[in-house]
Design a protein around this ligand. Structure first.
Ligand code: HEC
Length: 151
């Protein structure tokens, strides 16, 4: 089941991000190489969120505001991509809007070198990541399986 794998991958990736190791691009490529091209593109696109979020964290911890601003802008731009809009559900749209708003705020705080505001918003953004992922997982669990109805 893809989500179990993604959940495990996510957990691992997040833990690694916290200790600052992070999975390399090659590892990500390898993880997706058996997937159909469409899924693979989506996986790599989604993975970019983690890369940019790590950039922001690195910028915050080293006081490199240029990195914070660049990471926030990159995160914001991802929301404009059609690959982001994989789910038409209103809750998904709301999480997306909140994500875009937080990324804009993070960019502005990076520009004005507001370390406290930017750090708080980075935490808010991370909560938004986790909430949207929980929502997407729950929705998968409650989706009706058409094959199950035929029996
Ligand atoms: C609006 C909802 C939403 C938000 C917000 C969100 N994600 Fe995701 N994320 C998804 C969806 C949908 C997938 C893909 C699920 C699938 O492959 O079926 C995904 C997949 C991923 C993956 C797995 C990629 C892979 O290798 O397959 C990572 C890593 C990830 N997201 C990181 C993040 C991070 C970090 C943030 C916050 C900075 C974030 N996401 C915010 C919806 C979201």
């Amino acid at each position: 089941m893809r989500w179990t794998r993604i959940r495990a991958g996510l957990l691992g990736a997040c833990c690694l991000a916290v200790v600052g190791i992070g999975s390399s691009g090659d590892a990500v490529e390898a993880r997706h190489q058996d997937e159909p091209p469409g899924d693979r593109a989506l996986g790599l696109f989604m993975q970019a969120k983690l890369d940019h979020a790590k950039d922001v964290l690195e910028g915050l911890t080293t006081g490199d505001f240029t990195r914070v601003v660049r990471g926030a802008q990159a995160l914001r731009e991802l929301t404009e991509d059609e690959l982001w809009r994989v789910n038409p559900n209103i809750n998904y749209v709301r999480y997306t809007e909140e994500f875009a708003r937080l990324a804009d705020a993070l960019e502005a705080e990076g520009q004005s070198q507001d370390i406290d505001g930017a750090t708080l918003n980075f935490v808010n953004l991370t909560i938004n990541c986790v909430n949207c992922h929980t929502f997407v997982r729950d929705e998968r669990v409650t989706l009706v399986d058409p094959d199950a109805l035929i029996r």
